[in-house]
Design a protein around this ligand. Structure first.
Ligand code: GLU
Length: 506
């Protein structure tokens, strides 16, 4: 066994990948890259009842879009493959049988109705949170409570049989977590988890630890929701005589209010993306992802990296390479991290600013084929001018509109404030002046000096030009805009506004 770090991301294809999952994959990736270790993608698909069509492909595509790459994964079968648990089902059974033979696990024959009756019975007696475990196992039908003959008959019958872990009673299960410190569980609070289901497939717990062991995983980095399962995993490692890996449980990602875990429903309700890419539910409901919201993968990853980690310095903007250099598990915090959409957008804005114009053009061109093919204005010029103003890629649509579409009406309030019949006179002269100007010279300086000769303030002149060209007061510099759309289009808009202003303002 080598000393290098081996980590894994082990999603279950039971639905789309939540951004919490992307963060888990990211932290695993960062640790692997930072240490020259390996990252493995393992698909945990032993729960056939919860299998969701398309989820595995979605997970793979989302991680590929995010730029998180794997050293070992389904399709690249190396010495540790296959990497899809459904293709490994022959492996697990032998370990389960070994546990049964050694008296560390047992067969259980209870029907769903019997399990239900056990719960109801306990409730009727006022016993809270009763589990299949040390208090109840001898009251149930299993190879501990039945005679060996009865058990053999039931086994031979092929009746619904599962294998359960025999959790030792009155023990303290201890393990160290890199983020949470020393963690303890009282074994009496742990149920006898099913290890092998009636369909012959292992449960998550069994398959997970067998694979982590066989794949020589050194560090298990996953969400906090798995912390309580870890007690069972530690018992299983012990039962099988294996050394457990290092554990690190990442803090929860909380709703924007800070109260409770961020759920799929919050996404729909609050209009925030909780998935990396668009996902269509079985019910037909469509959830937009970070990609559809116009995030760059690097912007999303930078944001996610900070949900539960900080570099310990003031620096906030990191490329993926930068994160690899800065990341360490020691800097991961225990407290839940609040999802803040404004912050997400801020991160993305910084990443958009840092992008080369060529790259930004390559991203925006296919999103706007109707604009990208016109000769004037020059698409690249528009992108360059607007780059600073974009928070997400989708902002381009609105920001660039007036380069491609002449306004046919004007923002009401500023028009009423800035335009009056008195201005009509000098406004016409201004347009003639712009028409007669040499556009290869500094047009802005020319208009400024014209205004000062006319005794007009720039606050009177520029807003009208802006409205005439764009229809609204916010937007890029008007002289840059005029150069990009060209003299003929600019003058068309200005001349049109002469009558349109008067009509709208009357
Ligand atoms: N299959 C589990 C999941 O869906 C993996 C948990 C773990 O990393 O052990 O998240």
């Amino acid at each position: 066994m080598s000393d290098s770090i081996r980590v894994r991301f082990a999603p279950s294809p039971t639905g789309p990948l939540h951004i919490g999952g992307v963060r888990t994959a990211l932290y695993n990736y960062l640790l692997a890259k930072a240490t020259g270790g390996s990252l493995i993608l393992r698909i945990e698909d032993t729960d056939q009842k919860r299998y969701v069509e398309g989820a595995e492909q979605y997970i793979i595509d989302s991680l590929a879009w995010a730029g998180i790459t794997f050293d070992e994964k389904p399709g690249t079968e190396g010495p540790f493959g296959p990497y899809r648990q459904s293709e490994r089902s022959h492996i697990y059974k032998a370990y389960v049988e070994r546990l049964v033979k050694e008296g560390l696990a047992y067969y259980a024959f209870d029907t769903p109705a019997e399990l239900d009756a056990m719960r109801k019975d306990a409730e009727a007696r006022g016993e809270q949170g009763i589990k299949y475990g040390h208090q109840t196992r001898l009251r149930m039908r299993n190879s501990l409570s039945l005679s060996p003959e009865e058990s053999s008959t039931l086994l031979a019958d092929g009746s619904d049989v599962v294998v359960r872990l025999l959790v030792p009673s009155a023990q303290t299960v201890r393990f160290h977590d890199e983020i949470r410190g020393d963690v303890e569980f009282n074994s009496d609070e742990l149920d006898d988890k099913v290890l092998l289901k009636a369909d012959g497939l292992p449960t998550y717990h069994m398959a997970n630890i067998v694979d982590d062991h066989l794949m020589e995983i050194t560090h298990v980095i996953r969400g906090e929701e798995w912390l309580s399962s870890t007690a069972h995993h530690v018992l299983l490692y012990k039962a099988l005589g294996w050394e457990p890996p290092v554990f690190a449980h990442l803090p929860l990602i909380l709703k924007p209010t800070g109260k409770g875990k961020l759920s799929k429903r919050d996404g729909a309700k609050l209009g925030i993306p909780v998935f990396p890419m668009e996902w269509k539910d079985e019910s037909g409901e469509v959830y937009r992802g970070f990609r559809e919201e116009g995030f760059l993968p690097s912007g999303m990853l930078n944001f996610l990296a900070f949900l539960g980690w900080n570099p310990g310095t003031e620096q906030e903007i990191f490329s993926l390479e930068g994160l690899i250099d800065a990341f360490s598990l020691e800097q991961v915090v225990k407290a839940g991290a609040r999802f803040d959409m404004d912050k997400a957008q801020w991160f993305n804005q910084q990443h958009l600013k840092d992008l080369s114009v060529d790259r930004l053009v390559a991203l925006l061109r296919p999103m706007h084929p109707q604009w990208a093919s016109t000769e004037l204005p020059d698409f690249e010029g528009v992108v360059k001018l607007l780059q600073e103003r974009l928070t997400v890629l989708g902002d381009f649509q609105e920001e660039a509109r007036c380069f491609y579409e002449a306004p046919r009406s004007y923002e009401e309030k500023p028009l009423r404030k800035k335009y009056s019949p008195d201005s009509a006179g000098w406004y016409g002269e201004l347009i003639d002046y712009i028409d007669a100007s040499d556009w290869s010279q500094d047009l802005q300086a020319a208009v400024k000096s014209w205004a000062s000769n006319m005794g007009l303030g720039l606050g009177q002149v520029f807003p009208l030009l802006r409205l005439a060209l764009c229809g609204k007061m916010s937007g890029p510099g008007i002289f840059e805009l005029m150069q990009l759309i060209g003299k003929s289009e600019s003058l068309d808009r200005l001349r049109y506004s002469q009558t349109a202003f008067a009509a709208q303002a009357s």
